[in-house]
Design a protein. Structure first.
Length: 384
């Protein structure tokens, strides 16, 4: 048994096995259709909710499972090994629900958390802007205070589940500005069809098809005073409060995609004959398999070390950045070389490897690029 396996509790194994069953029974039969149609997999997400996989981190009092972050990462890796798009959709939903659980009023929790745990309600965080990236202190989206609430105006980019979500967490800067602080706050905004002035244009990506994202425009969107999540001025803390968890989870999605591609390549190398022998008997293929296997194990240990530390309340940015960087990079490395082992067949669209390859690429960009992760790791190591 590996160090990871020995460290798991029965509860951790239960969530991992539950996710593996869901991936095999529900996601795998739908993965090609999701890829082909590029449709948001709402029914799949609802079934994830039915099996308790959307509420792993949410309190039991609000319909969640009340488990820890290691359980979540184990589950999301299993799902990503079959479909990166479904795993990333769940990721975006989870990290919209968590801030409500952490900062919401009792009324907000009662309104949103239980339907988010079941999949009846899908969530999205709208932070990134065309000219501000994901830095809350540089946002231009404003929340103009009125007599009975706020009017939100601005543009957002790349929010996972944006447009199809039933609740959007919009990060905006209050106007007029408070006497102290920057006024960056988070506002709970319903779906685009439920409020005036809210529109969405979907962007097509080269991979992660079925994962919906794009450009959101808010033109004086009215929200009530009780739509503020937490308090005015807490937006930076709310938006960045789960960043170490989000980056570690992206690393788990990366190792999941890599694991799925690796298993495909190993099966193929054992079955495919060339010159009268399985291609796995050729040394060049064995070298690739060994490198893929070793790098994948190394990345998984970094991811689950960070997940376990976060579950115990001991996580840190350096560890999560290593997890995210390693998971992202191994996803690209393994999927690329899995195609190499398959040869020309790996390039075919009717086989899953080219989908894994395209899905992997986005992971080195979202949640902070690999270059940003390396700068963060080095800066903390050097105490800069």
């Amino acid at each position: 048994m590996t160090l990871i396996e020995n460290a798991l509790s029965d509860e951790h194994r239960e969530f991992r096995d539950r996710a593996a069953t869901f991936a095999a029974e529900v996601v795998a039969p739908e993965a090609d259709r999701i890829e082909r149609t590029d449709e948001f997999p709402r029914e799949v997400i609802e079934q994830a909710g039915d099996r308790g996989l959307l509420g792993i981190l949410l309190p039991e009092a609000y319909g969640g499972e009340g488990s820890d972050f290691l359980s979540y990462c184990l589950a999301v890796e299993e799902i990503a090994s079959v479909s990166g798009a479904v795993a990333e959709t769940i990721q975006g939903h989870t990290f919209a629900a968590l801030p409500i659980a952490q900062f919401g009023t009792e009324a907000q929790k009662e309104q949103w958390l239980e339907p988010m745990a079941t999949g009846e309600t899908v969530g999205s965080m709208l932070l990134t802007e065309p000219d501000a990236g994901s830095s809350p202190t540089e946002l231009s989206t404003t929340a103009e205070e009125t007599d009975d609430g706020y009017l939100l105006t601005g543009e957002k980019s790349f929010g996972t589940n944006a447009g199809v979500a039933d609740v959007h967490l919009v990060v905006a800067r209050k106007r007029p500005a408070p006497e102290e602080g920057h006024g960056v706050s988070v506002f709970l905004v319903p779906g685009v069809d439920e409020v005036e002035g809210f529109s969405f244009d979907r962007v097509e990506f080269m991979g992660m098809r079925g994962h919906v994202t794009g450009d959101s425009t808010l033109e004086e969107v009215p929200v009530a005073e009780d739509a503020v999540l937490g308090e005015i001025g807490q937006g930076f803390r709310i938006a960045m409060g789960t960043i170490d968890m989000a980056r570690t989870a992206l690393g788990a999605i990366g190792t999941g995609i890599a694991r799925g591609a690796f298993e495909e390549a190993v099966d193929y190398a054992g079955d495919r004959e060339q010159g009268g022998s399985p291609v796995g008997e050729y040394q060049a293929v064995q070298v690739l398999i060994a490198e893929m296997d070793t790098r994948l194990d190394g990345a998984r240990h970094l991811v689950f070390d960070s997940a376990a530390a976060l579950a115990d309340g001991n996580g840190d940015t350096r560890t999560s950045s290593k997890a995210k960087y390693a998971g992202s990079e191994v996803a690209e490395y393994v999927t690329r070389n899995a195609i190499q082992i398959y040869g020309g067949k790996g390039y075919r669209k009717d086989l899953p490897l080219e989908r894994y390859y395209r899905d992997a690429k986005i992971l080195s960009i979202i949640g902070g690029t690999s270059e940003i992760q390396k700068t963060t790791i080095a800066g903390q190591a050097l105490e800069l």
